[in-house]
Design a binder for this molecule. Structure first.
Ligand SMILES: *Cc1c(COP(=O)(O)O)cnc(C)c1O
Length: 378
């Protein structure tokens, strides 16, 4: 119940034990094609350029900025969370001039702030984080942000590492130009094959670069020689990880993407109701709540690190301490993919309550567990 890796379904574990074949074996190429089709379904896109980048979510993030940004271009990234900061660091390392769209940690970006940043800085690439794992904030109005970005003929990159497959996201309808994710959060696959999709227009920008991307390994044109029609060797495909990702994506398709969004809302909603009934609160306002990652404020008297250790040692439940600016102020309870089940949510609420109580914090554990139970029963 942390920020990933989430629990993996037994079918995904079994898929990982499939015997290996060559990375250009026709049977493996078929599996890659399945992965691409299933990723289009999950991303809600018709983008041809849809693939899985070797590496974790950060590799996909790096692929986004290494390809879309040329040295000297201005890149706008958010200041309201840890992963927005990582975007900025990556954009700077590929030679971008980084400017920030400011909002406090715990709040989303206001599209008006992005509009103002265009007036001031004229960025060509804008990054936003859909589900900010450090704050538990869901960025709303991606469609409105995309509209502004396109008015200025710029490109919108969206990080959905902690939300894809768990929280509503619509690439085409909302107008995102490049969207990337990770496999080990709401998709409940092992880490190592990270979904990425980009529009024809974004791929045009990559193809028309004046300078080659500084990363050879993450060069999207190079990756497409392997993931496109008539696959050629670029680097060895991640055989077992791709088997696993396909199985995890099939589980998403079997459940149905809308049903899956709904399940995350329901299960995380029960968790949220429980911590609130206990007397605690989440960091973000209700309308920006990210069901896949619940940032629970802890009183100043509580010790976040001791809480997470106690849950792990006494209850066998993994949650995470606060990250970056929020260290010591929140604990982060994930509710992702195959982990988002009643059998996990209910014990987590009880264990968190008991651990806080043991630290002398005044919480009503019984009321919390009862509230979670009631929500789960509805
Ligand atoms: C986890 C996460 C990342 C980084 O992914 P890794 O798999 O750790 O490389 C990036 N962005 C967000 C929002 C995340 O939650």
């Amino acid at each position: 119940m942390g920020p990933g890796p989430s629990d993996v379904h037994p079918r995904v574990l079994r898929a990982m034990a499939t015997p290996l074949v060559g990375y250009l074996d026709p049977s493996f190429v078929e599996i890659m094609t399945d992965v691409q089709e299933l990723l289009r379904y999950v991303f809600r896109t018709d983008n041809e350029y849809t693939l899985a980048v070797s590496g974790t979510g950060s590799a996909a993030m790096e692929a986004a900025f290494a390809n879309l940004v040329e040295p000297g271009e201005t890149v706008l990234v958010p200041s309201n969370g840890y992963f927005g900061g990582r975007m900025g660091e990556m954009a700077a390392r590929v030679g971008g001039e980084v400017v920030t769209a400011d909002a406090p940690w715990g709040e989303p970006l206001d599209p008006a702030t992005i509009e103002a940043a265009f007036d001031e800085h004229q960025p060509t690439v804008v990054g936003v984080v859909h589900g900010e794992t450090s704050t538990g904030v869901r960025q709303p109005e991606i469609d409105e942000i995309a509209r502004i970005v396109h008015e200025y003929d710029a490109y919108l990159v969206v990080d959905t590492v902690a939300s894809l497959g768990g929280v509503e996201f619509r690439t085409d309808e909302w107008g995102a130009d490049l969207v990337y994710s990770g496999s080990q959060k709401c998709l409940s696959a092992p880490p190592g094959a990270s979904p990425l999709t980009l529009s024809d227009r974004a791929m045009e920008k990559v193809r028309n670069r004046e300078t080659q991307p500084r990363s050879w390994y993450l060069d999207l044109e190079g990756l497409w020689t392997y993931w496109g029609d008539d696959p050629q060797y670029h680097h060895t495909g991640m055989t077992s990880t791709v088997y696993a990702l396909r199985e995890a994506l099939r589980l998403v398709a079997e459940e149905g993407i809308q049903a899956r969004w709904e399940r995350h809302r329901r299960l995380a909603g029960a968790l949220k109701a429980g911590v609130e009934a206990m007397g605690l609160e989440l960091l973000p306002a209700d309308e920006h709540w990210l069901p896949s990652l619940n940032a629970v404020r802890i009183p100043a008297a509580a010790d976040g690190d001791a809480l997470t250790s106690r849950l792990l040692e006494d209850d066998g439940i993994e949650i995470a301490a606060g990250l970056g600016d929020l260290a010591g102020e929140v604990v982060r309870v994930g509710c992702m993919g195959h982990s988002a089940r009643p059998a996990n949510v209910l014990p987590t609420v009880g264990a968190l309550g008991r651990a806080l109580d043991a630290q002398g914090v005044d919480v009503d554990v019984g009321a919390g567990v009862a509230a979670t139970n009631r929500e789960l029963g509805e």
